[in-house]
Design a protein. Sequence first.
Length: 317
Amino acid sequence: MEILKLKPVFKDYIWGGNRLRDDFGFDTGLEKTAEGWMLSCHQAGMNTVDGGEYDGESLNDVINKVGEEKLCGKNCLRFPYFPVLIKFIDARDNLSVQVHPDDEYARRVENEFGKTEIWYVLDAAEGAELIYGFKNKITSEEFRQSINDGTLLEKLNSVKVKKGDLFFIEAGTVHAIGKGALIAEIQQNSNCTYRVYDYGRVGADGKPRELHIDKAVDVSKTEPPKYDIKPMGEREEHGAYASQLLTKCELFTVSKYDIESELTLRTSDDSFNHLLILEGNGSVDGKSVKKGDSLFVPANYGDYKICGKMEIIVTSI
């Protein structure tokens, strides 16, 4: 089974910018591009294979054809759906303040899955901020009242961010990406979002964008965040490359590698690897790659060699 290069799916939400075009060289075909979905089997945007035996086929179709355990690995069988969705996010303007439900609530109310995610900050303009939970613990009724009386932002925890910061956004955490941040997001395979504040903006139809206050109050943890804003592991030097564990949880394991010359990784029957090329260029098992490329290494592929000078994020289940 070959390594699959994936074609991104792009989204033109109103807060997006042009960095995915200008910095990564993507031909998005959009006036502004907010997100690039780099690994997705979600119905709202599904990757197709770019080149090789399965050229033009959706990743979901390839999984069905080859077999989930063979292609994705036995760890994925724990989930009733393809487990992750990976994005680039370019925030030229503030995203709405929002929250995602957990699996139980999302399945019961939305017939969808919940959403826990991580943000790895690729770049941030001077003074860029993210909203991450609350300054202090408040009640759900105080949360609702602050939405209604316009004081919500005063109660939320705003954090200045820089390149290399890592946010673990557990389902139920109120959050927002601020303008000037470029993010790599690894999340559960869900698009279920409850918007609680949107700066008075209007959508393409000229009307204020919908808020989901009742559902947000139902699912939100109205307290300060419990996770540090840093990777889980320390940077480790290995000569030809450096590695750092970004996060490891029951949903996914994510590591970053800064490659000076070469690195050998492997997949077993446990899980696939997904490679997201953040910087540089080179090759993966002889296949040329560059900044912005998205590669799916099948489970049980064995050893594969990455050559060149690159920064990459590797995700497994």
